[in-house]
Ligand binder design. Structure first.
Ligand SMILES: NC(=O)c1ccc[n+]([C@@H]2O[C@H](COP(=O)([O-])OP(=O)(O)OC[C@H]3O[C@@H](n4cnc5c(N)ncnc54)[C@H](O)[C@@H]3O)[C@@H](O)[C@H]2O)c1
Length: 274
């Protein structure tokens, strides 16, 4: 989608972190923004900030784990604004720690936000994207969707699901000649939003700045890129994993500190206490 001017763009988790940064970067592009988030206070603050940048923006408070309310939200947005052109499935949660040390409800919530929420949002809004002259679906996965991540088992596996879902849907759209809708999958390593406080980026890499990643995401949409993989280590990971024997790949990942990166995670459970 070369020109985002006037494109109604819905971003989940748009009140903070990467989502907010994407929204801010879409203001100069002239996109009409629709931000959806669980955190009402942060949402209101972000709406005010986007207004002060001169952006056209609406906000809706919603918990993505409540799938019925996702379909009600679609009806509200249609009635108040009309159909959307771009859907950015960005909201996500992580509850780090040893598999048995993390309460079961938190593992389940990880899948409900990161996977079920993303699938339901896509199910609700893909018809909008298909009905327009061009549409774009952006799914924020993670570098953790390419590797096993100790102390982040359900987070990592939820992001494997995001990558598999995005790739399958992209191919289905292409094979059924619905390729006016493009799909871009975003796989960053650690980003300094606070979600992964305490986690250590693998050696040779550093925490990404959300502003920089958001610009790469906007550029990725405008160039119809299939993937945004950043930093460089993420670009070579799928290839290395595909060709190296598992034990050798494990050793390299351990040496680089990728598989121990979550051992000291102390990010906050920002969404709700479960
Ligand atoms: N921060 C990183 O290091 C990193 C790395 C790779 C991928 N990602 C992914 O990027 C996305 C954004 O992460 P971030 O770092 O900006 O996180 P963040 O915590 O800074 O922002 C996430 C936003 O999503 C909202 N949210 C959480 N649960 C929700 C729910 N149930 N319903 C509606 N909104 C909800 C939060 O209120 C928050 O505003 C996530 O999918 C995350 O997995 C982050």
């Amino acid at each position: 989608m070369r020109d985002l001017k006037g494109k109604r763009t819905l971003i989940t988790g748009g009140a903070a972190g990467i989502g907010r940064n994407i929204a801010e970067r879409l203001v100069p592009e002239g996109a009409e923004l629709v931000l959806v988030d669980l955190n009402e206070a942060a949402l209101n603050e972000t709406l005010a900030a986007i207004h002060s940048l001169g952006g056209e923006v609406s906000g809706y408070c919603l918990d993505l784990t409540d799938t019925d309310s996702i379909f009600r939200l679609r009806d509200r947005i249609h009635a108040q604004l009309g159909p959307i052109d771009v859907l950015v499935n960005n909201a996500g949660v992580v509850f780090g720690g040893g598999f048995l040390d993390v309460p079961f409800e938190k593992h389940v919530r990880t899948y409900r936000v990161n996977v079920e929420g993303m699938v339901a949002m896509t199910y609700a809004f893909l018809p909008d994207l298909l009905a327009g002259p061009e549409g774009h679906l952006v799914n924020i996965a993670s570098a953790a969707g390419f590797i096993g991540l100790p102390w982040g088992t359900t987070y990592s596996s939820s992001k494997w699901a995001v990558i598999g879902f995005s790739e399958s849907l992209r191919l289905e759209l292409e094979m059924t000649k619905h390729d006016s809708v493009k799909v871009t999958t975003i796989c960053p390593s650690y980003v300094s939003t606070g979600l992964f406080e305490g986690a250590r980026p693998p050696r040779t890499t550093s925490m990404l700045a959300p502003e920089q990643l958001a610009q790469q995401i906007v550029d990725g949409i405008k160039r119809d890129e299939l993937y945004v993989l950043t930093p460089w280590l993420v670009r070579v990971t799928p290839m290395l994993k595909g060709v190296l024997p598992t034990r050798l790949f494990d050793m390299i990942a351990w040496t680089l500190g990728a598989t121990s990166s979550m051992a000291q995670w102390r990010g906050t459970d920002k969404d709700i206490a479960v």
